[in-house]
Design a protein around this ligand. Sequence first.
Ligand SMILES: [Mn+2]
Length: 333
Amino acid sequence: MTTEAIALRRLIDSSSSILITTHINPDGDAAGSSLALYHILCKMGKNVLFISPNEIPPSLHFLPGVDEYVPFNQNPDTLAERLQNTDLLFCLDYNTLSRTGDAMAELLRTFAGKKVLIDHHQQPDTDYAISFSDTSYCSTCELLFQVLSEAYPDLKWLTPDVATCLYTGILTDSGSFRFNTVQPRTHRAVATLLEAGAPHTAIHEAIFDQNRPERFRLMAVMLSHMTYLSHSVVYSWITEKEFLQSGADKEDSEGFVNMGLSIRGVKVSALFREEEGKVRISFRSKGEVDVNQYARTYFNGGGHRNAAGGTWYGTIQEAVKRFEETIFEVVPS
Ligand SMILES: [Mn+2]
């Protein structure tokens, strides 16, 4: 067992009131890791609460325990009260408190107790009692599985519910086991999760076979705008008006940016979405092309090497122009 895992076990043993938090707009990895830990700590008899900055999306409502979390945006007072008597704060799947949103981050910054980070994003904050931060993991769920396996090697905590939550995060954050962050150990972890009762076929169906017709209406718009900057760079955009007309919601556009990347020869795909006077941009890349650094440099964003996001404070046309002028600095034309 690593010293950090021993330290974590001691910290959990000596804590009775534990709070779990994750990033805003929780995805499969954020919700999966938080709910998995929630189940485990509940079973240990801890007084545990999971507060998410906002709602877990309907596509993840199959996750066991999803009815028991508190969305901060609907109940801001719960967090303020809870922080008064929290022994231990878990920060899962985010690298800096601002990823919980302005209001929630402000409250979390007032917490003077012990914090534990479990995360796989770059450049994490450093003020944690224990920090499990490793960008070589495809998902926080896989890292959490590794940490727990070291801290509690008997695996008695690995119930079917926990296995379902962890499998979901690994599946979604690894692009169905295809990203280069997937390693042999990922599949070993998944094998253990299947042995523990993760219903993988049902999880795949629950995640991938839930499209609404509005998604395809919006997809048609996105495809009609698809533009090739070169044989290796493609982008598209969706205006706020088009978005509203399609009847789609935010979730419906998930994965659109990956479609560009599935075109033969394409190394970078970008999607520009107009949203409340700003432009949200998603970047995806293949191989060595680093869109994390690119998004940081030009679009007030960041993320991972092959998957990053950013924000442009202006019009879509300006954002696209900026993209056209700069993208060939990171991708060979
Ligand atoms: Mn993640």
